[in-house]
Design a protein around this ligand. Structure first.
Ligand code: TIU
Length: 215
C-alpha cells in the first residue's frame, strides 16, 4: 500500500478506495470582490494553494483516480441560507461576479485554473461541511480514504474533515494545497488536525503524496 510521510505518522491508502476532495476553490473566495473579500479578508492569501493543487490534480487525473469538487453557495431565493448566516455576510448581494455565493453566478463557480474535468462530480453545499445537506456520503460509496484540499483551512476544510472523520473516512489534508486568509490560522489549523495522535486526520505535503502515486 502506498504510504505517505505524514504528521503525526505514516498515512497508508489503497488507491482503489481513495478520492481527492477539492473544497470550494471558487471565485467568490479567491478573487477580489467576492464573498471572502466582503468579509474583510485578504484574498491573496489563498492564491498560494492554487499552483500546488493544479500540479497534484494533473498527477491524480493521470493516475485515473477520482476527484470530487465542492462549492459553497445558495439557491437564488436564499431559501437554504439560515438567517444568521445571511445576517453576517453579503450573500445574495450584487458583486462584480454576480450575486455573491449564489448558485449559477460566475463568482460561485470554480476558478479557471482548477476547473473540474468532464465527469468529475461537483457537490453544491449550503454549509461549511461538505456532508451537511448533500449527497457526498452516497457519492463516496466504496471510498475509505480522502485526500483533502481547498479553502479555507480552518472553516470548510476543518468542518468537512471533522464530518468525514466521524463517518469513518481517513483524511489526509495537504498543507500546501489548503489555504487560509490568516497565516496563523493556516499553521494552527493544520496543527490541530495532526495533534493528539491525529485526532481527526493526517497532514502532509503534496510532494510526498505525489512521490507515492508516481512510484
Ligand atoms: N470565510 C471563510 O474562511 N470560509 C468560508 O466562508 N467558506 C469556506 O471555507 N469555504
Amino acid at each position: 500500500m502506498p504510504t505517505v510521510d505524514a504528521r503525526p505518522g505514516p498515512y497508508s491508502f489503497d488507491p482503489s478506495s481513495t478520492a481527492l476532495l477539492v473544497i470550494d476553490m471558487q471565485r467568490d473566495f479567491l478573487l477580489p470582490g467576492g464573498f471572502g473579500e466582503s468579509l474583510g479578508n485578504d484574498v491573496s492569501q489563498l492564491r498560494r494553494a492554487v499552483e500546488p493543487l493544479a500540479a497534484l490534480l494533473a498527477v491524480w487525473r493521470a493516475a485515473g483516480l477520482p476527484v470530487i469538487h465542492t462549492r459553497e453557495g445558495h439557491e437564488p431565493d436564499l431559501s437554504d441560507c439560515p438567517p444568521a448566516k445571511l445576517a453576517r455576510g453579503a450573500i445574495g448581494q450584487d458583486g462584480p461576479y454576480g450575486r455573491i455565493l449564489i448558485r449559477g453566478e460566475y463568482g460561485h463557480d470554480i476558478i479557471d485554473e482548477l476547473a473540474p474535468a468532464d465527469g468529475e462530480p461537483v457537490v453544491d453545499k449550503p454549509g461549511k461541511g461538505a456532508f451537511y445537506a448533500t449527497d457526498l456520503d452516497d457519492l463516496l460509496k466504496g471510498i475509505r480514504s480522502l485526500i483533502v484540499t481547498g479553502v479555507t483551512t480552518e472553516v470548510c476544510v476543518h468542518t468537512t474533515v471533522r464530518e468525514a472523520n466521524d463517518r469513518g473516512y481517513e483524511c489526509l489534508v495537504l498543507a500546501d494545497c489548503v489555504g487560509s486568509y490568516f497565516p496563523e490560522f493556516q499553521r494552527v489549523g493544520l496543527e490541530m488536525i495532526a495533534a493528539q495522535g491525529g485526532i481527526f486526520g493526517w497532514v502532509a505535503d503534496s510532494a510526498d503524496l505525489i512521490k507515492e502515486i508516481q512510484r
